[in-house]
Design a protein around this ligand. Structure first.
Ligand SMILES: [Zn+2]
Length: 271
């Protein structure tokens, strides 16, 4: 989609939408439409379901569905076509694609332990989706690629034998310098949004640091990168979760009384 697309990039930048992430208020540059993101999400979801059989553990699948519905309700995305699947795989993994297609892998369920643990993962994954991290990542990749295209033009005047080497170095630099730090930021933001979503849905946010401690203890398991290297170091993550806890507890305590907590100053980005 964003291959050989310098003109496409320039055209899109003219109509660049500067978005605001929900709850955190972080500014984002996203050059794909939500409809396009949802279409890509749906295709990817279908693909995964063709390749990966569903779990036969109907009790656990029901927990994923139940927790998912509760968190989806407070995520305020009536336009999402929510679906929740438990897949038969020992991988320690879960995802929520743009448009609301969620999958948990059986391997993460023992670490989740109970509904609260499922809510931690569910909130985090739905957090990635409602903050449009996929669209933001695609945008970053497209911009990085346009940079490479410009560099390639310059390289075409150089000796052909050096071209591949230099292009590889630029590619590596782009990946380390632009894409990787952004994805750590996304992980932190998904933690923050996830904590609020679980609390808003009536799950105890104080269970989140405990879940990540269990995840750390199980780090020998066959974990997908989503639950390994791209995540902040666990000590940092737990400190961050605790720093957001007073905010999350306001949502949780309101939910316990059947009310919805609405923060005055931050309410604008919260839909
Ligand atoms: Zn994540």
């Amino acid at each position: 989609m964003f291959r050989n697309s310098k003109k496409w990039i320039v055209g899109c930048l003219l109509f660049a939408a500067c978005m605001t992430a929900p709850y955190t208020g972080r500014s984002q540059l996203i050059l794909v439409s939500e409809a396009e993101e949802a279409a890509i999400g749906l295709d990817a979801y279908k693909q995964v379901l063709t390749e990966q059989p569903r779990s036969t553990d109907s009790a656990r699948a029901a927990v994923v569905e139940k927790v998912g519905r509760r968190i989806a309700t407070v995520a305020n995305r009536a336009d999402f076509k929510w679906e929740f699947a438990l897949l038969k795989s020992k991988d320690v993994n879960a995802f929520c694609l743009p448009g609301g297609k969620v999958a948990f892998y059986e391997g993460i369920m023992p670490i989740c332990k109970d509904e609260n643990g499922v809510a931690v993962v569910m909130g985090h994954e739905i957090g990635h989706a409602i903050a449009r991290h996929g669209g933001e990542r695609v945008t970053q990749a497209a911009l990085a690629e346009a940079g490479i295209a410009a560099a390639s033009e310059w390289l075409s005047n150089k000796a052909p034998e050096n071209r591949g080497e230099v292009a590889a170095a630029i590619g590596l630099g782009v990946q380390l310098g632009v894409l990787l730090p952004f994805s750590r930021e996304h992980e932190t933001e998904a933690d923050h949004i996830g904590l609020i979503l679980m609390a808003k849905a009536g799950f105890d946010p104080r269970e989140a640091p405990k879940f990540w401690e269990r995840m750390q203890a199980a780090s020998g398991a066959k974990a997908h990168p989503e639950f390994l290297s791209t995540h902040p170091a666990d000590g940092t993550r737990i400190a961050q979760l605790n720093s957001w806890m007073p905010e999350a507890m306001m949502y949780y305590e309101a939910a316990q009384k059947g009310e919805t907590f609405t923060p005055g100053a931050k309410a604008r980005g919260a839909n």
